[in-house]
Design a protein around this ligand. Structure first.
Ligand code: GLN
Length: 538
């Protein structure tokens, strides 16, 4: 069977939730028995978002195959459980890089290399890469940005061409906003009309319109939009604001988005979507009996998207524990030895976040020391784990000047150090230790228990520095032990302090693998222990 394509564009405003609509549609088609993949095309010139500051674009999401990608890929995985890869995220920078490499190799045989056809052909090739595997019934390709942006033009031109080539094997969804003017108490459709007009100007007639709105849209309003935009009335779908993104698939089901898409793709409806486990999750999310507060200590906390996967992991793990997790966002540079007690007085757990560079490091160390001294359940992720090691070295082992060589390059006591293979690398982009690696768990440890007695797991990485195994024995004698290890290289993956209730640091990022129906075991255990701790105190 040939793969069919759904293209999702956005208009009127950014941040309307194209990624969530694309993920929800994928979820619904999957729940009807279809094999679906999501893909994101990003119009920026960076080759990948790995070099972007999180303030610019939120978290960088890492896939099993080590691709540094847009955070929307995290939504795709959290909704569908399907692992994504390099092929699922393509940027303008990547497209140009490929085209320029081909030009240098002489592949274009003396031709003038142009946006049309060379860039658009490269875009089309990348869109069809997933379909070429013949593994998917439907590929849903989301085009980043908003219609009218200069950067997204080549992408839209490429999908315009593809639509012709694919015929009935593709469908075009356009997501817009219907604003509510409170002064006149009216919902306005004009921006949607203009946005569709802008799409038409570049040759694309959308088949389905999804209208983001704060209020229910009447039949009349939908009919009006349909008429102005040459779309069938039943293909004007509302996407009403909801309190959690996880309700969007249910809303899209009510609006029959999945049915409309399948009809237009000439695919059978199969059975009704099986959303049983999804609904169970939503039910748990809404009807919880417990609450915990967990401090998330990081340096980008003003922008919650910078820690998207961690925040979502808490939602998944909370539901699993019949518990709402309130995240207390704490800026690491605000924490001092004097105020740490005050800041942490109402928290049941402390998570120290991943990150790069020196800013806010002192605050992270104070937070870790406080969690350790007061036996507050603790999870350190990547840099958070590394700083737990540094804190232990300084305050328990009293190793003078102990540090990570990332923070103090010439330190005489490098408890966290760069791997030899990393030292020769100069380029910043795509050169970290990236993607999935195996981790062997120590029997009887907190991690082993959390993973339900599995001996080997696989988790995703994004870092340059490592625990320096030369210090391992010293740490273990003093009570911080390695409980997870890479079976091939011997690198330390997890550290724990077994004398405490739950103190775990991971060199990998567990948050990238937490999904709605498969909450991450370490987050589940962390929340469970935070809750237990809270209950013993009260
Ligand atoms: N900066 C640290 C390193 O490169 C940690 C990275 C991270 O937290 N993802 O090893």
């Amino acid at each position: 069977m040939f793969t069919k394509y759904v293209f999702v564009t956005g208009g009127v405003a950014s941040s309307l939730g194209k990624g969530i609509i694309a993920s929800s549609l994928a979820k619904l088609l999957q729940a009807r028995g279809y094999k679906v993949a999501n893909q994101k095309l990003d119009p920026y010139i960076n080759v990948d978002p790995g070099t972007l500051n999180p303030y610019e674009h939120g978290e960088c999401y890492v896939t099993d195959d080590g691709a540094e990608t847009d955070l929307d890929l995290g939504h795709y995985e959290r909704f569908t459980n399907c692992p994504t890869s390099q092929a699922n995220n393509v940027t303008t920078g990547k497209i140009y890089q490929n085209v320029i490499n081909k030009e240098r190799r002489g592949d274009y045989l003396g031709k003038t290399v142009q946006i049309i056809p060379h860039i658009t052909d490269e875009i089309k090739r990348n869109i069809q890469r997933l379909g070429a595997k013949r593994e998917y019934d439907v590929v849903i390709t989301e085009i980043g940005g908003t219609v009218g942006d200069i950067e997204s033009l080549p992408f839209i031109e490429a999908v315009r061409q593809l639509r012709w080539e694919l015929n009935e094997k593709s469908v075009f969804i356009h997501l817009t906003l219907v604003p509510f003017l409170s002064a006149s108490g009216e919902l306005k459709t004009k921006p949607t009309q203009h946005s569709v007009k802008a799409l038409l100007e570049i040759g694309v007639q959308p088949d389905i319109l999804v209208l983001r709105t704060e209020h229910e849209l009447s039949r009349d309003l939908r009919r009006k939009v349909a008429q102005f935009c040459n779309v069938a009335p039943n293909a004007v779908v509302q996407s009403i604001d909801v309190d959690t993104i996880y309700k969007v698939p249910i809303k899209m089901r009510e609006e029959k988005l999945d049915e409309i898409v399948l009809e237009k793709l000439a695919l059978p409806l199969n059975h009704e979507p099986d959303l049983h486990s999804w609904e169970l999750f939503l039910d748990r999310l809404e009807h919880y009996n417990h609450e915990v507060t967990i401090a998330l200590v990081g340096k980008y906390v003003e922008l919650h998207d910078a820690y998207k996967s961690i925040a979502e992991s808490f939602i998944h793990a909370g539901a699993e524990n019949d518990c709402k997790v309130n995240v207390k966002w704490v800026h690491s540079s605000e924490i001092t030895r004097e105020n740490v007690g005050e800041i942490m007085h109402d928290v049941d757990g402390v998570l120290v976040a991943p990150g790069f560079g020196n800013r806010g490091i002192k605050g992270k160390i104070h937070a870790i020391e406080y969690a350790r001294m007061n036996d507050i359940p603790f999870l350190g992720v990547c840099l958070g784990m590394q700083m737990a090691v540094v804190e232990f070295a300084r305050n328990v082992l009293h190793l003078d000047g102990a540090d990570s060589t990332e923070m103090t390059p010439g330190t005489k006591c490098p408890v966290i150090d760069m791997m030899e293979s990393q030292k020769v690398i100069i380029d910043k982009g795509g050169t970290m230790r990236l993607g999935a690696y195996k981790c062997l768990l120590k029997k009887g440890s907190k991690a082993y228990e959390a993973y339900g007695g599995q001996e080997e797991v696989e988790e995703r990485h994004r870092h340059r520095y490592e625990f320096n195994n030369l210090f391992k024995e010293q740490f273990e004698q003093a009570g911080m032990i390695t409980t997870g290890m890479n079976p091939e290289t011997g690198l330390t993956e997890i550290v724990e302090i077994p004398s405490l209730t739950w103190f775990v640091g991971t060199q990998f990022h567990p948050e990238y693998k937490s999904t709605v129906t498969r909450p991450h075991p370490l987050f589940v255990a962390f929340v469970k222990h935070a809750l237990a701790k809270k209950n013993t105190i009260n």
